[in-house]
Write a protein that binds this ligand. Structure first.
Ligand SMILES: C[S@@+](CC[C@H](N)C(=O)[O-])C[C@H]1O[C@@H](n2cnc3c(N)ncnc32)[C@H](O)[C@@H]1O
Length: 388
């Protein structure tokens, strides 16, 4: 999971559009007898606001150690007795009482991000009263073909440089298989926006997405790919839009931007050309994104101008050695790091102090550790991860 630094939580709080909308939504739904669950509390901001708006009690859950700062901030603001902080993933937590309101902001540049949707489904089923309120209520995603040379060149820069007369195509294909991040202006749209999907958090079950879109180019221009943005409804009448034409003072700063799906190569479109596009996002540990594009000359079904098939599967340099080690028929044997880890874990028996473990590990692996103090760094790390 993406691990934010404290400064990044500060940047999120410093976004007046996002914070203003979440704050208004909380104020609208929180009542004095209300129990609020803040999933992914970070440094605690939504939990503190929920208290200010009168929540009877707040459960604030966060695996990141920023929760320690949240606890100290709660104490500094006299809120400790109204907030229960739990350092864990919400899916691992049971609460003493269900929440009336669940607030979270777990998306990335698209809402299909990490465990966002399974987390909401789980919380809705296990941690919320029937008919409870979810903030946000829903996200609506839109997409358009865009003339975005700056977003494209930001991704391929370096790999299209012919200055050294080297063939960089392999690397270029890898970087254009990644999802980019950036915003476009309304005059960069080459097609009208199409609705991708609406995610209603009160009912969503499926973490995956698969859509087919079709556009007609409204003007001539060079297409670099597809921009995907969303509009969110936090509570009745409270929305935040990331659309290209959203009023500039209502656009959240680009801490979390919009998705950009680059094409394999830029393509000149004439007005009337049609674009058939499929987008598939599959949650498999993390999301795998695949997108296909077929461009028809002036919409003629037999006049294909270009076609691309791209996937984030090809967006990572792959080591054949690693693939082999991860294949189902591989018979693994521990390497030295594995043996050290195994030794440390086997001594974490509820009786042995870390210093003793470090001494024994240093003695057993003298080629790896100069002394027990050096081994202690790893032992402390493992203890932090895996001890009760
Ligand atoms: C975008 S940050 C928002 C932080 C804070 N709520 C704010 O608005 O400033 C999302 C946070 O959710 C946390 N998170 C993601 N999934 C979670 C889950 N299932 N349970 C608890 N926290 C989660 C992440 O660690 C991250 O700190």
């Amino acid at each position: 999971m993406l691990a934010y630094a404290l400064a990044q939580y500060g940047m999120m709080m410093d976004d007046p559009v996002r914070m203003g909308a979440f704050s208004r939504a909380l104020r609208q739904v929180v009542t004095s007898d209300c129990v609020v669950l803040d999933i992914g509390t970070g440094a605690g901001i939504f939990a503190f606001l929920a208290c200010q708006y009168g929540a009877r009690h707040v459960y604030a859950i966060e695996p990141n150690s920023a929760i320690e700062v949240a606890k100290r901030l709660a104490a500094a603001n006299g809120l400790s007795d109204r907030i229960t902080f739990i350092q864990q993933m919400s899916t691992q937590v049971t609460l003493p009482e269900p929440a009336h309101v669940i607030i979270s902001d777990l998306r990335g540049i698209v809402p299909w991000f990490e465990q966002h949707i399974p987390t909401i489904v789980d919380a809705r089923q296990r941690l919320m009263v029937p008919g409870g309120v979810l903030i946000p209520q829903r996200d609506t995603m839109w997409a358009a073909v865009v003339e975005a040379p700056e977003l494209y060149h930001r991704m391929v820069r370096g790999w299209s440089d012919q200055a050294y007369r080297l063939d960089m195509d392999i690397a270029r294909r890898i970087v254009t298989s990644c999802m980019g991040n950036g915003r476009v202006q309304p005059d960069q749209l080459l097609t009208a926006p199409q609705l991708v999907a609406t995610l209603d958090y009160a009912t969503v079950e499926d973490p995956n997405v698969e859509v087919m879109l079709q556009w007609a180019a409204v003007r001539t221009g060079t297409a670099y790919g597809v921009s995907v943005w969303f509009e969110r409804t936090l509570a009745d009448g409270i929305t935040v839009s990331h659309a290209p034409d959203a009023p500039p003072d209502q656009l959240p700063p680009l801490i979390i931007g919009n998705a950009f799906l680059p094409w394999s190569a830029p393509l000149t479109l004439a007005a009337g050309d049609t674009i058939a596009f499929t987008l598939q996002g599959t949650l498999d540990g993390d999301y795998i994104w695949s997108w296909t594009t077929k461009v028809y000359d002036q919409g003629k079904p037999d006049a294909v101008k270009a076609q691309f098939a791209q996937s984030t599967v090809f967006g990572q340099p792959v080591s054949l050695d690693l693939l082999q080690k991860q294949s189902e028929d591989h018979v693994p044997e521990l390497n030295e790091e594995g043996q050290i880890l195994q030794a440390i874990l086997s001594m974490m028996d509820g009786e042995t102090e870390l210093e003793t473990i470090a001494q024994q590990v240093a003695e057993a692996f003298p080629q790896r550790f100069a002394d027990w103090e050096e081994a202690m760094k790893l032992v402390a790390h493992v203890s932090g991860q895996y001890s009760e």
